[in-house]
Design a protein around this ligand. Structure first.
Ligand SMILES: CC(C)(COP(=O)(O)OP(=O)(O)OC[C@H]1O[C@@H](n2cnc3c(N)ncnc32)[C@H](O)[C@@H]1OP(=O)(O)O)[C@@H](O)C(=O)NCCC(=O)NCCS
Length: 398
């Protein structure tokens, strides 16, 4: 445990330099300390500036830092306040003394006090955060295939490259309109969009009837010296419906003479393998007898319920349904929850819990995201996600 003198407090201007140096050191290869410092002081980062930073202090020495991003995430057709946690770092001399864990535990408490229902982060190691109640919820299947293998689906002639200004005008509107129909997307501020467009990757949009935008993707070309390896990497794709999706995929197919290879990270529910004649990763030997390697499984963000009361109110635990929960960091979530006519109520009677099976807050989070809490399937029966996809999908990486 860190000493009693350790405390976590919001960063002030005088901390900006130490924090920039801490992060430049902890995350090499990313922006240099000077660039970080400038972004912090000017508040030009996609998720905000110094107001998002917190420092861990021992006496007067800074021993660690992290950032909290106030996000709004859409799950099951509802917007939830989410605390995005990023840039967790401890100074090299103070590592493996429990400061990192302690900072994250404090972060969870601060997030709940601040009114967030959930907390989200990308883990450097899942087990580190699992013990704090986070569950891995993101999953993508990375396919790499010949563009010629894709069927020439209809509508590709309605796909066109969007100029930067056009994209900045059209994408946020489509994205926003799809939020209630998607599971895991966060609302994007103008600053977040600016950082999407800043990458300067080509953006293609589809307007099936030549009318409003119904889908887009952002791609990055990787042109090697060997033409057969020229790869187009589809980094972000969003379609309002199956028709728009097919048009975008069809467009990729007809690019086969320019881009021989396509890389695409699909949601499991897309069943992308069904579009390929042989969904096999190129250049890999057989994996297991006659089995062949197919997509690479990518694991993404972790989520944690902070305010279980709020979540259960939305899930509407049915009358008489119970859920026994243990939460080591947030005791307000622990206990037996019972659905009543007035909403979920927490009972402290721990007598029968053993028999009924207590679930950790991480397991409860997992069930919530999968739609499997008591009463949840019934509650969201009429929810219609875009393309019927209920997979968790967070496009932003922080
Ligand atoms: C990742 C990082 C923040 C961890 O910080 P830390 O303060 O060393 O973490 P902790 O000491 O709390 O925990 C690390 C491990 O040490 C163990 N530990 C804690 N106190 C200990 C002690 N007194 N003696 C020995 N081990 C200890 C913890 O139990 C934990 O064990 P685990 O390996 O089973 O998970 C730090 O290594 C870092 O800044 N890395 C670079 C940046 C980075 O990757 N950040 C993550 C972004 S998500």
């Amino acid at each position: 445990m860190p000493s009693d003198l350790t405390r976590l407090r919001p960063a002030e201007e005088r901390d900006a330099r130490s924090l920039s140096e801490l992060w430049a050191d902890a995350f090499p290869g990313e922006p240099r300390a000077e660039v970080r410092l400038q972004a912090l002081l000017e508040g030009t980062g996609p998720y905000g500036g110094l107001e998002t930073c917190w420092v861990a202090e021992q006496g007067r020495a800074i021993v660690g830092g992290l950032r909290f991003y106030p996000l709004r995430m859409h799950l099951w057709g509802h917007a939830f306040r989410v605390q995005g946690i990023a840039s967790v770092a401890v100074v090299p001399a103070a590592r493996r003394q429990g400061i990192g864990l302690w900072m994250c535990e404090r972060a969870i408490q601060i997030g709940l006090q601040g009114g967030a229902a959930l907390s989200a982060l990308y883990p450097f190691r899942a087990a580190f955060y699992e013990r704090m109640g986070y569950a891995l919820v993101g999953e993508l299947h990375r396919y790499q295939f010949r563009a010629a293998d894709l069927p020439e689906l209809p509508g590709s002639d309605r796909v066109h490259r969007l100029g930067r200004k056009e994209a900045a005008r059209l994408l946020p509107g489509l994205y926003e309109s799809l939020l209630p129909e998607t599971h895991g997307l966060v609302e994007r501020t103008p600053e977040m969009w600016r950082s999407v467009f800043e990458q300067d990757d080509p953006i293609y949009g589809v307007s099936p009837e030549g009318g409003e935008l119904r889908g887009y993707f952002i791609a990055r070309g990787e042109r090697g010296r060997i033409p057969d390896r020229a790869t187009l990497w589809v980094r972000e794709l969003l379609a309002a419906d199956e028709r728009a999706y097919q048009a975008l995929v069809g467009w990729l197919s007809v690019q086969r003479d320019q881009w021989r290879q396509i890389r695409y990270d699909a949601l499991p529910g897309e069943q992308f393998h069904l579009l390929l004649p042989h969904p096999r990763l190129p250049g890999r030997p057989s994996a297991r007898g006659l089995w062949f390697p197919s997509a690479t499984l990518l694991r993404g963000p972790m989520l944690r319920i902070l305010d279980l009361q709020q979540v259960l109110e939305i899930v509407r635990l049915a009358e008489g349904d119970t859920l026994s929960v243990s939460d080591a960091q947030l005791p307000e979530n622990s206990g037996r929850w019972v659905g009543t006519a007035e909403g979920p109520k927490r009972c402290d009677d721990e007598g029968e819990e053993e028999e009924r099976g207590v679930r950790s807050i991480g397991q409860v989070t997992e069930l919530f995201v999968a739609g499997r809490l008591p009463g949840q399937a019934e509650r969201f029966r009429d929810w219609r996600p875009a393309q019927g996809l209920t997979d968790f999908r967070l496009l932003d990486v922080f």
